[in-house]
Every structure is written in structure tokens, then in C-alpha cells.
Design a protein around this ligand. Structure first.
Ligand code: ATP
Ligand code: MG
Length: 443
């Protein structure tokens, strides 16, 4: 049993007063050790602390360690303003429009460092739209206020570097114990302020294996339509987090169950609601299983593959229609691919560099049927061959192509590895600067 020290704190925000109970859990009574925290995060926390600021780990970094999981990244909350953070760290970059954040870069690792902010819809610094959505929010606040403006109770636990205690303002520890995802405050209001919280609820429920608390779950069905107002670039980021969380299949099923899928993939949702081909349903599921497996095995995954898989039933359907109108297969694939993507990017802004690879994956599919002459080697040499081959084999697993052909290509690659392109005389290779965020290949 945790011997908690209880304090009553009343945090008064402009025009409204909220009462929070702080439960402080000393180091001796919680399992988070500095060994669970990355060196970069610890270094940042200590530097802020030594400069006289409050500095805590918060969000997934605390939640996941408490659950015995490896955090994806570490987020810091501090009393230092973004400018004060920048003055302390050479490796700091300020980002963000909705609110300003500091990114501290240590090689490949980025620590996100946010100033304590208040949840103050009445503040002149908080811009809301007509539906109550927060457009800009830069009101700095106390740590208690910062806890209350966070989304879920389990995301509002602070690991204080000053004495290694955990600060719990929202009964998050209780919800960790009961494996419950509970919004802080009234769920409808919190979804109206930021509808992306509904997508986050699905992502965390799947990733953590938590139950969404009843009211918060119910409100998703009622407020889902608010996702229509979210900029397509933000939806792209969120959708990618969902499908690359390692729980793509349960998340896909849950998005459908909560009627949210229609706001992300409207055309596919319509297709799924109208007697879809059984093999195509299996194909989507198998592609998501494959992605989840790759993540479990620490293999690279690509946004291009996810979009190629999810949009394939629509492309396939359109190709069949065009072929019936006597359009040849490759042009039909090209027309269908462009049409389906130009519709899709209205809701989710897939960057061109990825949609082009998805199109390449589709366009290469018929070439897997040609196993004669120099064609196979040409295909193997294509930069997107591995993704296209994975895609082809998933089709074979659900009966959309044959097992024999998939096996033929598996064997062929072993005997004929890809040949490196010949360099032109005088051509100097470009210096490799390391991968950009989100540019990994599913190979
Ligand atoms: P993970 O990094 O594993 O995806 P996380 O909980 O750390 O999970 P982040 O997106 O990194 O999620 O955000 C860090 C923290 O910021 C969250 O835990 C939460 O406290 C807060 N937060 C993020 N997005 C929102 C939001 N839309 N509304 C309220 N709080 C948010
Ligand atoms: Mg995080």
C-alpha cells in the first residue's frame, strides 16, 4: 500500500476555480528508477533543476515506466519559459504554433520540453473557435494547472527530479492500477477543445490495453464529427502514430467501432459499409498484422506501406472498372492511384514522397506475374521492391494472388540479390545525413 502524503491545493484559474488533491508518492514507494530514464532526459532535468527551475518528467515517460513498458520518448514539463530553456541549452530549438515548445536534441533523441501551462479557455491568450476548439494556447501556469489541462489522468503524472517523487494531481495512479483511460474533466468539453483527444483515446486504449472510462467512451460516439475540422496535416501525424503504434489492427477495429474511421478514410469507410470483398477485408487485416509484427521485431515500417494497404481495395475496384472500359492495366493503376489519393489527401495530408511510393507499390504488382527474361532482375533492382514484394506476398496470403508466385520471388531474391546502380563517371555520392523523421522504408 502506498503511504501517500496528501495535500489540498486550490488552483484558481481566471474566472473559475478548480480543486485538486495532490498525492505525493516518495521515491521509496514507487518503482521509477533513474535507470528507466534516458540519459538525455536526466541531463535535461538536472540542468533545469540546477538553474533553479522546477523540472519533471511527465506523460508517456512516466506512464509507460509505471506499466513496465519502454517509453517511446521522454517529455519534460518545467517552470522555465521557452526562452529560458533556450538560454540554458545549446541543443534547443523552439517549435509549435498552438503552443511553443522546446525541442532538446541529443543525437537521434529529442526531448520535448514544455512550460507549465494553465487550462484557461477564458484567458485572452487562449483562442477558441465557435465549437470551443482551442486554436492557440500560450498561457503559462502552475504545475497544478498544467496537470489539469492534460488529456488523461494517466498522462498527468509528474516525476519530480528534485526528490524523485511522483506527483499525482488527478488520481492517475489509481487509474494506472485499474487500467482505465479517464479524461480529466468533462469528456464532451475536453473533446470539443481538441477533437484529436478522441483519436488519442483509441491509440492509448489499444497500446496500453486499457478500458476507456464509460462517459469518455460514450462521448466519442457523439463528438466524432468534430474531427472534420482538424487540419489534414495534424490528422496525418495522428493517424501515423496510430498505425505505427504496434497495435494497428486493434486500433483499426476500434476506430470503426467508435465511428471515427469515416472521418479519416471516408471513401474506404463507405466501401467497408457496402458488402466489401471478403479477401480485401482479410488483406487489410493481414497488412496491419504484418506492420504490428515488424514493429514488435524492431524492423523499419513506412507510411507508404500503410496507405498502400488501406487504399488498395479502392484502387483495385477502380482498376477493374477501368479495365472493363478497355484501359490497359498499368494506366488503369496509375489513373486509379492518382484519383484515390487526391480524394484521400483532403482528410489526411499524406506527403508526396510517401504517396509516390504507395503508387509505385501498386504499379509494380502486375510485374510480379512476369517471371521471364530480364524482367525479374529489373523488378528486384527497383528501390521500392521490398515493400512491393511484402505487399504481393500479403495478397497471396489472402488468396488475391498465388502462394507459388510469392515463393518464386522469395527464392529469386536469394539467388539474385539486387544489383547496385552503376555510378556515372565523375559522379560523387551525396553525403548521407541520417534519416529524416518519418522517412524509414518498409523493406
Ligand atoms: P506517447 O509519446 O507514448 O505517444 P505521450 O502520453 O507521451 O504518449 P505525447 O503526444 O508525447 O503523448 O504528449 C505528451 C503529454 O502531453 C501527454 O502525455 C499529455 O499529458 C499531453 N498531451 C499531448 N497531447 C495532448 C492533447 N491533445 N491534449 C491534452 N494534453 C495533451
Ligand atoms: Mg511522449
Amino acid at each position: 500500500m502506498i503511504r501517500a502524503i496528501k495535500n489540498l491545493i486550490t488552483s484558481v484559474t481566471k474566472g473559475s476555480s478548480q480543486t485538486t488533491t495532490l498525492t505525493k508518492i516518495p521515491r521509496s514507494e514507487h518503482p521509477i528508477s533513474r535507470r528507466n530514464i534516458s540519459e538525455a532526459a536526466l541531463k535535461s532535468l538536472y540542468r533545469l533543476h540546477k538553474a533553479g527551475y522546477r523540472a519533471c518528467l511527465v506523460g508517456g515517460g512516466v506512464r509507460d515506466v509505471l506499466l513496465g513498458k519502454q517509453p517511446k520518448d521522454f517529455d519534460i514539463a518545467t517552470s522555465a519559459t521557452p526562452d529560458e530553456v533556450r538560454a540554458l541549452f545549446k541543443n534547443c530549438r523552439l517549435i509549435g504554433r498552438r503552443f511553443r515548445l522546446a525541442h532538446l536534441r541529443y543525437g537521434r533523441e529529442v526531448i520535448e520540453c514544455a512550460t507549465f501551462r494553465s487550462h484557461a479557455p477564458e484567458s485572452p491568450k487562449t483562442e477558441l473557435n465557435d465549437e470551443g476548439r482551442i486554436l492557440r494556447d500560450n498561457t503559462f501556469g502552475s504545475i497544478e494547472e498544467d496537470a489539469l489541462r492534460r488529456d488523461f489522468t494517466v498522462n498527468a503524472l509528474y516525476y519530480d527530479i528534485a526528490d524523485y517523487s511522483i506527483l499525482d494531481y488527478t488520481s492517475g495512479m489509481e487509474d494506472i492500477k485499474n487500467r482505465t483511460l479517464r479524461l480529466i474533466g468533462d469528456p464532451t468539453t475536453r473533446y470539443q477543445e481538441d477533437p484529436v483527444r478522441m483519436l488519442r483515446a483509441i491509440r492509448f486504449a489499444c497500446k496500453l490495453g486499457f478500458e476507456i472510462e464509460t462517459e469518455a467512451a460514450q462521448a466519442i460516439h457523439e463528438q466524432g464529427h468534430l474531427l472534420r475540422d482538424i487540419p489534414s496535416a495534424r490528422l496525418y501525424d495522428e493517424v501515423l502514430k496510430i498505425f505505427h503504434s504496434g497495435f494497428a489492427l486493434p486500433a483499426y477495429e476500434m476506430l470503426r467501432e467508435y465511428d471515427l474511421f469515416q472521418y479519416l478514410f471516408p471513401a474506404l469507410d463507405r466501401y467497408l459499409n457496402q458488402e466489401p470483398a471478403e479477401a480485401m477485408l482479410d488483406f487489410i487485416e493481414q497488412a496491419l498484422v504484418n506492420t504490428d509484427q515488424r514493429i514488435a521485431e524492431n524492423k523499419p515500417v513506412s507510411p507508404a506501406f500503410i496507405f498502400a494497404a488501406l487504399l488498395w481495395p479502392l484502387v483495385h475496384q477502380k482498376v477493374i472498372q477501368l479495365q472493363a472500359e478497355k484501359v490497359a492495366t498499368l494506366p488503369a493503376l496509375q489513373i486509379a492511384g492518382s484519383e484515390i489519393f487526391s480524394q484521400q489527401i483532403k482528410t489526411i495530408a499524406v506527403p508526396k514522397r510517401f504517396s509516390q511510393i504507395s503508387k509505385n507499390i501498386w504499379n509494380m504488382q502486375p510485374r510480379f506475374s512476369n517471371t521471364r527474361g530480364k524482367q525479374p532482375q529489373r523488378l528486384v533492382n527497383h528501390p521500392n521492391f521490398r515493400a512491393a514484394y511484402d505487399f504481393f506476398c500479403i495478397q497471396s496470403m489472402v488468396g488475391l494472388t498465388t502462394h507459388q508466385l510469392c515463393q518464386w520471388w522469395t527464392q529469386y531474391q536469394i539467388e539474385h540479390p539486387p544489383q547496385k546502380p552503376q555510378r556515372k563517371p565523375g559522379h560523387r555520392p551525396r553525403r548521407h545525413r541520417g534519416p529524416r523523421k518519418g522517412t524509414t522504408e518498409q523493406s
